[in-house]
Design a protein around this ligand. Sequence first.
Ligand SMILES: Cc1cc2nc3c(=O)[nH]c(=O)nc-3n(C[C@H](O)[C@H](O)[C@H](O)COP(=O)(O)OP(=O)(O)OC[C@H]3O[C@@H](n4cnc5c(N)ncnc54)[C@H](O)[C@@H]3O)c2cc1C
Length: 329
Amino acid sequence: MKNFEYAAPCSENEVLQLLSDQSGQTELLAGGTDLVGLMKKMIVTPDRVVNIMEVPTLKNIEAVDGGGVAIGATVTLDEILAHPYLEDYPAITDAILGINSMQLQSQGTLGGEILQRPRCWFYRNGQELLDTGQISGGDNRFHAIFGNNGRSKFVQSSRIAPALCVLAAEARVIGPSDSDIQMIPLLDLFRTPRQEGQREHTLLPNQLVTHLVLPPVNGGLNATYEVRQGAGPEFPLASAAVSLELDNQQRVHQARVVLGQVAPTPWSSAAAADALMGQPLDAQAAETAGLAAVEEATPLSHNGYKVQLAQVAVKRAILRAAGLETGGL
Ligand SMILES: Cc1cc2nc3c(=O)[nH]c(=O)nc-3n(C[C@H](O)[C@H](O)[C@H](O)COP(=O)(O)OP(=O)(O)OC[C@H]3O[C@@H](n4cnc5c(N)ncnc54)[C@H](O)[C@@H]3O)c2cc1C
């Protein structure tokens, strides 16, 4: 590991003062389950690490005036699971339970989970994140089936981000100066890098996410479904989160569908949402939405199997939200 300065500030403003405006010079440390491994492998080599776990304002889950919940960026995943305010948001708790690791759930934080770096095995073994031919011509079985026409072939790794996106969560972002405060819809926080060194999110090097703010669900339904190889702490092969609202005739009048682990960003499927509009919430509607979600998939040479898994994830997430899940794949 490269030598680095370490700071553990106690306020949001102190954090901002310690961050550099130059990409890669400073890194924020939350639970460290992703960052420390990358630093040990010298894939990430900051001059200064800024630990944000001592900042009290980042640690709370609070009700928001008018409904909804604000979750501090350093709230741990098991704290979210245990909190009564999260009962209306099963899409989030489904995703956390999928991690299936006491250690990661008690150490990993919400901010770190959504901003963890891609799991692409080429990148994690020291190669560039963006494809120079080795991914498109190599073992790309876990890579993207959507949004992969440029050099970004990796998949966004967060399990919770798709759920936050369908729930219309916003990120409270501060910096570079302490008077700069923005609320950013979470889908807009992610981007597909177009050149090496560009991050997978739009945050400046001297900004930080302080909270994720969830609007109230107002009786809507939501769920996440992950297709995994096994029950251990491993990443899903494909996942989908849905949020649905029904009218008084029990037909869908509002739908959002976001897929995970299939694209360099959480992948919002307008086609799947459109397929649900006006439909009764049943197995046929779920099947049709699943098919619509993958119509425009562009699999690589070794990941065509993920198209079927993504279709199933969407179908099962809808059935789960509707309380119609029957088990099995
Ligand atoms: C062995 C191992 C197995 C794992 N298996 C799984 C798995 O099966 N499924 C799964 O979903 N996850 C898995 N993970 C990943 C784990 O869930 C995430 O690494 C974790 O949730 C990240 O949270 P953290 O607080 O530890 O993040 P950190 O490692 O502290 O940070 C991650 C990144 O986010 C940035 N960051 C953190 N907080 C903020 C903030 N507030 N604002 C801006 N940037 C921020 C950091 O700078 C860093 O780049 C695994 C990790 C390990 C080490």
